[in-house]
Design a protein around this ligand. Sequence first.
Ligand code: HEM
Length: 501
Amino acid sequence: MISFIYFILFIIFLYKWYYNATSKARKSLPPSPAKLPVIGNLLQLGLHPHRSLKGLSERYGPLMMLHLGSVPALIVSSADAVREIVKNQDLIFSSRPKLSVMHRIVYGSKDIAFARYGDHWRQVRSIGVLQLLSNKRVQSYRHIREEETSLMIEKIRNSPSSSMSEVNLSNLLVSLTNSIISRVVLGRKYDGGEESENFELMLKEIGELLVTFNPGDYVPWLNWINRVSGFDARLEKVAKSFDEFLTRVVEEHRSRKQGKTDRDGSSDEVDFVDILLEIQRENSSSYPIETDTIKALIFDMFGAGTDTTFTALEWTMAELLRHPKIMEKLQNEVRLVAGSKLDITEEDLEKNKMPYLKAVIKESLRLHPPFPLLLPRELTQDTTLMGYEVAAGTRVMINAWAIGRDPILWKNPEEFHPERFLDSGIDFKGFDFEFIPFGVGRRGCPGITFAIGVDELALAKLMHKFNFATQKDLDMTEAPGHSVHVKFPLLVNPIPHFASN
Ligand code: HEM
């Protein structure tokens, strides 16, 4: 009998010990919503993951762990957690996961945006920051921004429907950003003709593949679905066409350098392809740059640069159309600076001559960051973050959209109120963790100067030249996707402003 009692006591002891040990371990993991077998929390992401994740983080906290199929994902939804990452652990949070579509398109992640952290990324990032996107280089393309924005104004003015019915402003903004990036990167525009149509179709197809749910990225043994559904075949086809296009672009630039051909209608200025080929020719670095890397970098400039720059402008215009008083205040500022001049130039934007314009763009980026979840990161080492243990290999998603609407950080966060940025000193360069539309740390966006240069000038010119009938009930529904657009194109009624025309 006594041995039986000892046996029971021993079992109770074992149970208590096991319970304590496991609950201790459980306590140190970030909280997690319940998950389904195989697919984990994938269904909980919904069509607009930034919104669903904000809802979940209000229940589970600013650091939570989800399981996207078999991929563990840490969701970061507070400025404090971002501060802790950037200040103390940036290095181990600076890699990217392998995403199959991008990996195939950019030659096995040889670009900047999707390269894993390491020597290759350091090399291409420094080329991007120092050679392609430096302030000086961006400044040298000023005439392209001025010409293309003037062309957009002309198109609106000459549009047959102008002042009578609707102009599709979204299309014009896409075409503006595409034209600027094409001229800067490739040396010429692709507008009109078969080549341009193919180019646009390729970009569209890649965009569609990127937003198509890819089960193999989350549950590797479901990879076969992509083969059966035709997804893999589509990806192969567009990757091949894009490679053929980029090969032609590179060859054209090489032979032009050797004096073999003249480019029709293009200027002699140096574009990004010229710069990259020059770096390859010089071969001065210890890390020679392959032609595939050049092609991957060209893709990056389009992939990371066009959609985002256009989306930021589109949301800004959408908010202005809904807020007539704010639009009027902005028009007054721009028209006052322009004075009797017929055209706004970049000089008019220098030295903070248009503080309200800057505040309007910031406020729009706060409410509508084009990449609401930034770009995904991957943790390279086991770590402890704010008391929670997180394992190497965990995907990290930072909800910039939720942070920009956090009521603890922002007064009336859902309101479009640009005045909050006047005299506040808060900027988007990655040092103010409550406002991070361009990301943070080592992997933060290197294209800020480029993007803001285009957006400020385009917005100032639109405000200078036109009045727009306001649309208080404008549909602000978001389209699903990695970069989040207004779902329906902006149709506007521009009325030329007499004094500035
Ligand atoms: C309003 C416009 C833009 C927005 C909102 C934006 C936003 C972002 C964000 C959120 C990231 C990820 C940052 C992170 O992981 O912390 C990023 C990365 C990047 N962006 Fe931008 N971007 C814009 C325009 C541009 C432009 C115009 C270019 C180039 C022409 C560009 C090139 C890149 C590149 C190369 C990366 C990858 C950086 C890396 O992984 O090291 N972006 N951008």
